[in-house]
Write a protein that binds this ligand. Structure first.
Ligand SMILES: [Zn+2]
Length: 297
């Protein structure tokens, strides 16, 4: 059985738990706003590994590499594009080391390569060409597959054209399973005006293995989004909500949704029939632990 079949076999049996946030966890360890988070794979690899280990101990079945912004176009905005190979390779090795350190749990953990948006705007509104987007994700996918990820998760995209192109690049240049997830606002559309039905139909037409929603305003809105997706989707469904909308309390960013709130929503997500559940910004190993306990029950 190849890895894709193995993951699908698991998904046909049960709900898989993803990990929680990486970026906001790194901020707790001192990552400054505006700093390149993926650069920490090189400068603070022990911290990244520790976060992975905490998520594994909390019950995650799938951990996401710290590569969300490690595509060439995004890295260029930090002047780090020459580090692209090293940043992605180390990210996968850190994830492997974390799994190895937690091997006493005797649990199969999968490594998902995280791919995020370029941060640039496509033509005709911006100056980014579709061909550049394709090349951008082809490059990162090839590196991640060679380094040993088990699947790819495209996350936090707003532009359907961009995620569709990224999906195409992953599918045409790897044998990996790929899940594509967009970010929706309170009005149940992405900031580019894409609604959940259209996202599902277009991405499934392109051959995606799973679709979903992540980040944004928290579990309540994403529950509504996934309910709509569930009606039209023929593939696996994923959700990774933020721990609510961040609030500024005494100059500190605070995420309001407690582990208990996330666990309560996890129950609702399971009942809705979702296949992959995890957390985005503001979620911590405590959230994932509470969600894991809920799934086990
Ligand atoms: Zn997020």
């Amino acid at each position: 059985m190849n890895i894709k079949e193995e993951i699908k076999e698991q998904l046909n049996k049960r709900t898989l738990l993803l990990d929680g946030a990486m970026g906001t966890m790194l901020q707790l360890y001192g990552l400054k706003s505006g700093e390149c988070s993926e650069g920490w794979n090189i400068s603070h690899s022990q911290v990244v590994q520790k976060i992975h280990q905490e998520y594994i101990k909390a019950g995650a079945d799938i951990i996401l590499t710290n590569t969300f912004g490690a595509n060439r176009i995004k890295l260029r905005s930090f002047g780090r594009e020459t580090n692209i190979l090293k940043i992605n390779e180390i990210a996968v090795n850190i994830a492997k080391d974390a799994i190895d350190k937690e091997r006493s749990l005797e649990k199969r953990i999968f490594i998902a390569g995280s791919l995020g948006p370029t941060g640039k705007i496509l033509e005709p509104y911006g100056d980014l060409k579709v061909s550049e987007v394709y090349k951008n994700y082809k490059e990162q996918t090839v590196i991640l597959e060679k380094a040993g990820v088990d699947l790819i998760i495209l996350e936090t995209f707003y532009d359907l054209e961009e995620i569709k192109t990224a999906l195409k690049a992953v599918k045409e240049n790897s044998d990996l399973m790929v899940i594509a997830s967009m970010t929706f606002d309170k009005n149940l559309k992405t900031i580019y005006g894409v609604d959940p039905e259209r996202a599902v139909i277009v991405l499934e037409n392109e051959g995606v293995d799973g679709v979903g929603a992540n980040c944004g305003t928290g579990p309540e809105v994403l529950y509504k989004v996934l309910k709509i997706m569930k009606k039209v989707s023929k593939t696996y469904l994923m959700v990774e909500p933020n721990a609510g909308m961040p609030e500024l309390v005494k100059d500190k960013v605070v995420y309001p949704a407690s582990p208990k709130i996330m666990a309560d929503y996890t129950e609702k997500f399971v009942k809705l029939g979702l296949n992959l559940i995890g957390g985005c910004c503001g979620t911590t190993p405590l959230h994932i632990k509470a969600m894991s306990d809920k799934i086990k029950n």
